[in-house]
Design a protein around this ligand. Structure first.
Ligand SMILES: Cc1cc2nc3c(=O)[nH]c(=O)nc-3n(C[C@H](O)[C@H](O)[C@H](O)COP(=O)(O)OP(=O)(O)OC[C@H]3O[C@@H](n4cnc5c(N)ncnc54)[C@H](O)[C@@H]3O)c2cc1C
Length: 520
């Protein structure tokens, strides 16, 4: 009987350990894996305890299921990172306590919004602690002020759906729904409504920021206006943690018209010449236009009209050479959001993720995106080039069709160009016509294919230098290998950014490989 009792006790104990290691939810696994803890982690736990935070906000490195879930990367580029721990703040005051503790102990803290940094800049390294903002996902409408306050942990897809369903509102954001509102806003935010409403950051009226060593600052045009300037364009992990954004609330249109023209790749130079002239005179700002050159044999021109005016499309269509295919549709606003996410971002969604109707956007989360190896290079184009240059580009595209590599051009016509070059830290305005992008993405990376694709993207960038003499890169499409990244991301705004860094973070507590330095 006694033997049986011992056996049962041992079995229960073993099951308890296994379950704890696997789930991480059932017990505070801190005690169980204490032997693997570093001194820093012990100090951090103690500090957070003293500030009254629940032990569950800290998920240390170890075998726990919770840790593994938090550490699923979107970007598959090696090496796989395993940060010391994850911190999961439930409120702004938790963020203050966490910054204060990490600062006091000297732990490297990395900020994670949606986790879609191409350079894995929100993943940290084996010595960092990652503060994952996902629980900061409130939305508050202020109808009298015409504003909406949004927590920094939102993903753009669920946020777009909630804005529409709670207040029939929109924010100009990118199309892929699993991208975070934080990273995309702080570095710009290009998307389908950009022609009319500019970048996502152009709609920010105020931000709440936790700076080192743990202070809350409000940044707007009046209070901390220098910080407000810097955060709009250079705000990713250089000055502090943005916990809330206040955006201008924009009423969503009832319907959106979308038209596509498909051409053969051999028509590229001709089509691109028309497209360039359209952007150059796009002042009406009701539309978004893009030329998309894929890795296949066709290119597509896409436009969306927020006034649902099909006539506009028909008029513009006459300017282009005859298309191989024309498709057009008018969507209700939520259908348009859904359609964009479904069609433009199909490749990045995990199999089995339910995306059948607009309200499904509201249920997407960080695990809805499939882990990908993705690499991108971009450059802004300021001057229209002639047919000769466009033809050379066409030859390049025709000669180098590669699986998983695509090239596209995003219009900067309309409102984005109207904001002054010095008004924010996003300096790619003024004469900018469009952003040229070369992208490689695959779920099944291998060294040979990766190297070929990287060389291809680099060649596109180099050819672009010859043809366009480009000098600027989009900071949201971070390029870890770029040597002159500070100049290319921030141009003439760099000295001011360094000055503001010295003022708000002189100890360089907030840093990553491409953050704003304390001195040049
Ligand atoms: C599939 C895909 C589609 C995309 N589509 C578009 C598009 O249509 N338009 C566009 O403009 N961009 C687009 N991007 C680029 C995207 O805007 C950037 O990758 C952006 O940085 C991602 O933000 P995130 O919050 O998801 O990423 P994260 O990796 O969480 O954050 C990016 C950077 O910002 C920092 N950061 C995050 N949150 C905060 C915060 N609250 N305070 C301070 N710093 C913070 C992080 O530390 C990191 O350095 C796309 C990217 C991907 C992968």
């Amino acid at each position: 009987m006694c033997k049986l009792k011992n056996l049962v006790t041992i079995s229960v104990f073993l099951a308890y350990i296994l379950l704890s290691l696997h789930t991480g939810f059932l017990v505070d696994n801190y005690e169980l894996v204490a032997s693997t803890y570093t001194r820093d982690l012990n100090d951090l736990k103690l500090c957070l305890d003293q500030k009254g935070l629940s032990p569950s906000v800290l998920v240390p490195r170890g075998g726990s299921f919770k840790y593994r879930l938090l550490n699923i990367p979107w970007q598959m580029k090696p090496p796989k990172t395993k940060p010391l721990a994850f911190l999961g703040p439930q409120s702004d005051t938790d963020v203050v306590a966490m910054v204060s503790c990490c600062h006091q102990i000297g732990i490297h803290l990395v900020i994670k919004g949606g986790g879609h940094s191409f350079g894995k800049y929100s993943y940290g390294n084996s010595k960092s602690v990652v503060i994952d903002l996902r629980a900061l996902n409130s939305i508050t409408l202020n109808t009298s002020e015409g504003t909406v306050t949004v927590g920094a942990g939102h993903l753009t897809g669920p946020l777009g759906w909630q804005l529409w369903s709670t207040g029939k509102l929109l924010l100009p954001m990118g199309s892929c729904p699993t991208v975070g509102i934080s990273g995309s806003t702080l570095g710009g935010g290009l998307g389908s409504f950009g022609g009319m409403y500019g970048l996502t950051m152009d709609q920010v009226l105020e931000m709440q920021v936790v700076t080192a060593p743990g202070n809350i600052a409000v940044a707007n045009r009046v209070e901390n206006s220098d910080l407000f300037w810097a955060l709009r364009g250079a705000g990713s992990n250089s000055f502090g943690i943005v916990t809330k954004f206040i955006f201008r609330a924009i009423p969503a249109p009832p319907a959106v018209f979308q038209g596509h023209l498909t051409f053969g790749l051999q028509q590229f130079a001709e089509v691109a010449a028309v497209w360039q002239s359209l952007i150059a005179r796009q002042t009406e700002a009701t539309t978004y236009t893009a030329v998309l050159a894929t890795s296949g044999e066709t290119i597509r021109w896409r436009m969306a009209d927020l006034s649902a005016n099909e006539k506009h499309f028909e008029n513009l269509r006459k300017l282009f050479p005859p298309a191989l295919n024309v498709s057009k549709a008018t969507y209700t606003f939520p259908e348009f959001l859904f359609h964009q996410a479904k069609v433009l971002c199909a490749q990045i969604m995990r199999d089995g993720v339910k995306l059948e109707k607009p309200s499904d956007l509201g249920n997407l989360n960080r695990l809805s995106a499939i882990p990908m190896y993705q690499e991108r290079k971009s450059f802004f184009v300021q001057k229209r080039v002639g047919k000769k240059e466009l033809f050379l580009l066409q030859k390049f595209l025709q000669g180098r069709a590669l699986t998983n590599v695509s090239v596209w051009f995003e219009s900067f016509g309309g409102t984005p160009r109207k904001v002054g070059i010095n008004e924010t830290a996003f300096v790619h305005r003024g004469e900018t016509l469009y952003l040229a992008v070369a992208n490689y993405q695959t779920e099944h990376p291998n060294d040979t294919a990766n190297a070929i694709a990287r060389a291809h993207i680099q060649d596109f960038y180099d050819l672009g230098k010859t043809l366009f003499n480009h000098k600027e890169t989009y900071q949201n499409y971070v390029e870890p290998d770029l040597e002159d990244y500070l100049e290319r991301y921030y141009g003439g705004g760099l000295p001011k950014l360094v000055y503001i860094k010295q003022k708000y973070d002189p100890g360089n507590f907030f840093n990553y490989p491409q953050s704003i330095p304390v001195k040049l």
